[in-house]
Structures are given as structure tokens and as C-alpha cells.
Design a protein around this ligand. Sequence first.
Ligand code: UDX
Ligand code: ADP
Length: 464
Amino acid sequence: MTKIKNICCIGAGYVGGPTMAVIAQKCPGIKVTVVDINAERIQQWQTDDLPIYEPGLLEVVKEARGRNLFFSTDIDKGIREAEMIFMSVNTPTKTYGVGKGRAADLKFVELSARKIAEVSTTDKIVVEKSTLPVRTAQSIKAILSEQTRDVKFQVLSNPEFLAEGTAINDLHAPDRVLIGGDQTPEGLAAIDALTEIYACWVHPEKIIQTRLWSSELSKLAANAFLAQRISSINSISALCEITGADVDEVAYAIGTDTRIGPKFLKASVGFGGSCFQKDILNLVYLCEYFGLPEVAAYWEQVVVMNDYQKRRFAQNIIQELFNTVSGKKICLLGWAFKKDTNDTRESAAIYVTDHLLNDLAQVSVYDPQVPTRAMYADMNYLQTRSAAENEQLLDVHKDPYEAAKGAHAIAVITEWDEFRTYDWQRIYDNMEKPAFLFDGRNLLDHKMLREIGFRVKAIGKGEE
Ligand code: UDX
Ligand code: ADP
């Protein structure tokens, strides 16, 4: 079996960075080099001001950086020196051409595979780490087999199951590690080589070995099942609001059934993040491609429900504010797609803001971690209105009390813990009256807020 001494990871993002930091921390005998085309990102990884906010990450990076963890823009050298190469590049949903809006855009994966084929002079194990459609390994294999030198490649699928905000804990103590590969002697040897790396800190029983395509499909299926639970409880939240039931009570009551379980039943303004929507759309595209329209429609509904939930939240705000928000200041607390991350990909905040700006609201935002330029970039990416209009209608504040000053309503989008500890009386005193609070996370103490004078509307809570 190949003994791995050098690992290279292509892509220093939310997946590649933390994953490689933990591998380097737990396997001090292996040299881990993370490479990226983005020089600014690589530079940030070399400082204590990391490009991604993730609790506990800096400590892990500091332990291994310079010892056996390195960040570099020299992609060729990184590839050439490694026996094992992880591909952790981004795979967004296609925004053009065939499969637009559904299929994964594999151009970054393809470019990386071509680069590996071009510069490799020794045998390599190539590990898919990005979320990819089933059978991507096939394309990677095809590209790698085109090189003319006598270099042999094995392709493995090793999907990442970490959730942002809890990445370090998820990496240190995963529910399982999944490794898929060809069921040939060379494929099985490659699976064993990667298994040995994880075995430095993960119990062997938690390392699942499968064929390649089972592993690829498991990642899409796991995310589809998780997102489905959120859309299911969010669909019930709409019914609760009309009937007077309380969605948190319903979630608790059904979650105590051990067959259902309590996790991922928190009703919200809608799920976000780089994975759920993308992976479901990917699954939908695959099903359509393979002639299974009913299966495609079944899974697509999870995304349809999520879009409905975001739209419903924004429409509720407009309706409660006497059917017009034109010129009214609405304060959003939180822009990240969940707490403890600075990632905003597919965040509900973007879509809620878009709806409110369509009705000419003045939106002011506070988020403890998201940089201002990321918020404007998110809005400009939608192309609903010009950058100048976004700048005019959207205000970003570094202080939550300033963001809420003079607002007609506050909308809680992200479940940041610090929102609970604010001086809500002070916030109320500085708002326009009646002061509305829309809790998109059911995060705050609604009884206390009502006693202060807020008109509180919460997800899945009927009139009390
Ligand atoms: C997810 C998967 O959990 C992870 O295994 C996979 O590797 C990548 O995709 P992530 O997107 O980082 O991870 O975060 P996650 O905690 O799953 O949350 C996704 C979204 O769902 C967030 O917007 C979150 O706020 C929302 N959510 C989650 C709910 O609205 N309700 C819940 O009960 C749980
Ligand atoms: P993820 O959440 O999947 O980690 P990110 O966007 O955070 O996604 O990270 C992906 C990283 O991959 C980015 O930093 C990007 O610059 C990098 N990347 C994309 N294509 C290439 C490539 N061909 N070579 C090297 N790095 C790449």
C-alpha cells in the first residue's frame, strides 16, 4: 500500500482549509500543502486573520502551520510533490447554458483535473472533496487518462459532511467518514491509503468504504434528506401561524419520537448555505437526465418550499407594516446563512432584502462577522437592480443599536447568540412606533419583547 507522506489540497476555502488543518494537526508525519489560485486568500491563511470565520479554527491552524501545514499559490509544485491530492474547489450551480440553474458547474473541477494531468510526474491518488454530481469521478478519470506520461491515477470520492460554524468539532468527531473508490486491487489500495490517514484520529468502525458512485450519491442524498426536514417543518410553520399552533411545540412533540429524532426540526426563515440548494438541484438534474421526472419533482419541492418560506417572511413584514414599506427603515439582524460563520452563500437575508427593496424599503443591516462588501456583492449578484441602487437602499452598520435606530421593524435573520443579550428596551425606545419585530429564528424572548411594547411576529407562532 502507498504510504502517504505528502498531501496537496487544491482549494483553500470553507472545506479545504479546515479539513486540511485538522489532517495536519492529527497526522504530524504528513506534510499538507493547501494551494489556491486566489493569492489574497493564501496570504490571509498565513496570518492570524484567517479568510474564514470558524470557531476553534485558528488554534488548529496555529498548531500545525509551519510544522506540517503550508499554504501556497505554487499549484504545480504542490501537485508534483504530493502522493495524494484533494480537490476542494468550488462547484456552484451553473448560471449559463445546458443545465442552467440546476446542474453543478464543474469548470473548476475540470481545470484542476487538467492541471493534475499536466504537471504530474509520479502516480497520484486524486480525492474528490467538493460536492459533485454522481459520476463526476468518471470525467476526472477521463481527463487524467489523457496524459501521455506513464503516470497512474486512482480517483476516490471522500465527501465532506462538516457543517459550517461547527466545522472543527465535526472534523474532530465525525459521525462517519465516507470513502468511495473503484473495486479493483488498485482502487481498494487507494481506499486503504486514505483510510489510514483518517484512522489517525477516527475509530475504524466510523470509516465507511463504498464503491465510487455510492459515495458520490450519498453526499447528495444526505443533504437532500437534511434539507427536506427543514422544508417539512417550515411547511408546518405556515399552518401553525394560521391555526394558532406553535411550531416549536410541534417540533418538540414529533422529535421525541425516536424514529424521527429531534435534530434539524427548527423552523426558520429558510435554509441557506452553499450545499443544500445546490445539491438538491443537482439531484433533480440527475433524475431528469436519467429519465425519472417524478423523482426529480419530488426533491425539487424541497427547494420550492424553501423559496416560499423566504418570500412568505418578507411578505409578512410588508403586510404587517400596513401593506407598504416604501421609505420605511427595516433593520435586519444577521446576514450570514447561520450563526458562527461569515459565509453568506444562499443566505435567506439576500432574498428577504431583495423582496423588501422591491417594495422600496430602506434596509439597514448588522452582522457580527460578515464584511460590508460581501453584502453588496450578494445583492449585486442577483442583478435585480443596479449597484448604485443597492448602495442607496441598503445601509450596513457596525453597531446593532445604530442599525435599529429609527427603524419601523426589526427582522432577525441569523441566530447569532449575541442578539439575545442586547438591551432591547434601548432598541425599542429609539424605533418608530408601533415597533415591529419579526423573529425569523424564534431566537428571542418574545414575552419580554411584548412587555417592552414590541409587536412580535414569529415563524410558526399563531396569535397568542
Ligand atoms: C450542510 C450539512 O449539514 C453538511 O453535512 C454538509 O457537509 C454541508 O451542508 P451547512 O450548510 O454548513 O452544512 O450548515 P447546516 O447546519 O446544515 O445549515 C444549513 C441551513 O439550514 C442554515 O441556513 C441553517 O440555519 C438552516 N437550518 C438548519 C434550519 O433552518 N433549521 C434547522 O433545524 C437546521
Ligand atoms: P467550498 O465551500 O467548497 O470550500 P470555496 O469557494 O470556499 O468553496 O473554496 C473554493 C476555493 O477553490 C476558492 O478559494 C477558489 O479560489 C479555489 N479554486 C477554484 N478553482 C481553482 C483552481 N483551478 N486551482 C486552485 N484553486 C482553485
